[in-house]
Design a binder for this molecule. Structure first.
Ligand code: SF4
Ligand code: SF4
Length: 183
């Protein structure tokens, strides 16, 4: 079983425990708790710094095909606009596998259709020649604490640290949405 499937199973179990806790705790302060959790997640990230491994420049995986990204960019999606400007599709799957063999133990390629992209600008020393003007998506990476990160990424520990906060955030949001539906 891949690392990601194991991770999903653990997350699902933990989510159902947290959902039960949050259903008991739920009150009129739910919106404040959401803000508090969001702040915790952001401030926890500042405890880690980029190890400058260059992996996120050389390998970006997404379920979006180049056509999907083009459409998103045309519809005004800022992430897609920056991504399509800098990242190109890997045409040769064997090249990607030889570059990052470990990464493919973490993704479920049978059930997940993924496209792999790379930025040509990154140097052999893992530096960005446009560092000061690099796009916001590069400045923010990793932004989503539940994204699958490259194996060497120093922010993996951040994801572990904030997992419970993320699940609580989701649980409270789900309860709030359900409450609005029945109102
Ligand atoms: S623009 Fe710079 S930081 Fe962004 S992916 Fe390319 S090399 Fe990496
Ligand atoms: S993968 Fe993580 S550690 Fe490596 S360059 Fe990107 S942000 Fe930094």
């Amino acid at each position: 079983m891949t690392e990601i499937l194991n991770k999903f199973k653990k997350i699902k179990k933990r989510y159902s425990e947290i959902m039960k806790e949050e259903l008991k705790l739920f009150d009129e302060n739910a919106e404040d708790r959401i803000i508090e959790l969001q702040n915790n997640i952001i401030s926890a990230k500042s405890r880690y710094s980029c190890a400058m491994c260059g992996s996120c420049c050389r390998l970006a995986a997404t379920p979006n095909s180049p056509d999907d990204l083009k459409k998103l960019a045309e519809s005004g999606d800022k992430f897609a606009q920056e991504f399509t400007k800098y990242f190109k599709l890997y045409e040769d799957f064997d090249t990607i596998k030889s570059l990052y063999p470990d990464y493919f133990d973490t993704v479920d390629l049978v059930n997940e259709k993924l496209y792999f992209y790379h930025c040509d600008l990154v140097t052999e020393n893992n530096l960005c020649p446009k560092y000061e003007e690099r796009p916001q998506i590069c400045k923010d990476f990793p932004e989503n604490p539940i994204d699958i990160l490259p194996v060497a990424c120093s922010f993996k520990k951040w994801q572990d640290d904030v997992l419970d906060d993320i699940l609580r955030l989701r649980a409270i949001t789900e309860i709030l949405n359900l409450e609005k539906e029945v109102e």
